[in-house]
Design a protein around this ligand. Structure first.
Ligand SMILES: [Mg+2]
Length: 167
């Protein structure tokens, strides 16, 4: 398995990627997955910790946008008060809507990362776009068979990440 699926960064939760860390790696824009990255599927609204983290990014001038493969009902409701540029049914791992989102927030391939919970959707989409990826573990798995199968396939990728980052 090649470089394509190995994320540049991993955190245990989205808000471990602090504004200080993001600035230190030259990030000015973050493209965000919603489901199992910021909130579980069944939470329609962003929680207080999500709102606070987004505000902390905005405070240092880091722009954010949503790029979700979920439907527009889900994305619009989640984004109702946040009012970020947002793409539903984004078609990750394809790059089209990541490029659109970057154009919306005025960032480029060098200073943008995508944050998500799925190797074969989010990390792959980031690398198809030529940007870096931050992988977080899924907040809560929808334990359907396909998801479980995909998690199994992710294991060698994550091992590769650990190997690369072990000095
Ligand atoms: Mg997700």
């Amino acid at each position: 398995m090649g470089f394509t699926f190995v994320p540049e960064y991993r955190f245990n939760t989205f808000d471990e990627a602090t504004p200080e860390f993001l600035l230190s790696i030259g990030v000015r824009g973050v493209l965000l997955d919603i489901d199992n990255t910021l909130e579980p599927y069944e939470h329609p609204n962003p929680g207080e910790h999500v709102v606070r983290w987004l505000a902390s990014l905005a405070a240092v001038g880091i722009k954010t946008a949503i790029v979700s493969n979920n439907n527009s009902e889900r994305v619009d409701l989640f984004n109702k008060d946040l009012q970020m540029p947002a793409y539903a049914k984004a078609g990750k791992p394809f790059k089209k809507n990541l490029l659109r989102a970057m154009a919306d927030i005025g960032t480029d391939r060098i200073n943008t990362v995508l944050m998500g919970d799925q190797v074969f959707t989010d990390v792959w989409a980031a690398h198809n776009t030529g940007i870096r990826a931050i992988l977080v573990p899924p907040i809560r798995d929808k334990r359907d068979l396909l998801t479980r199968f995909k998690r199994l396939l992710e294991i060698p990728v994550l091992k590769k990440y650990e190997k690369r980052n072990k000095k």
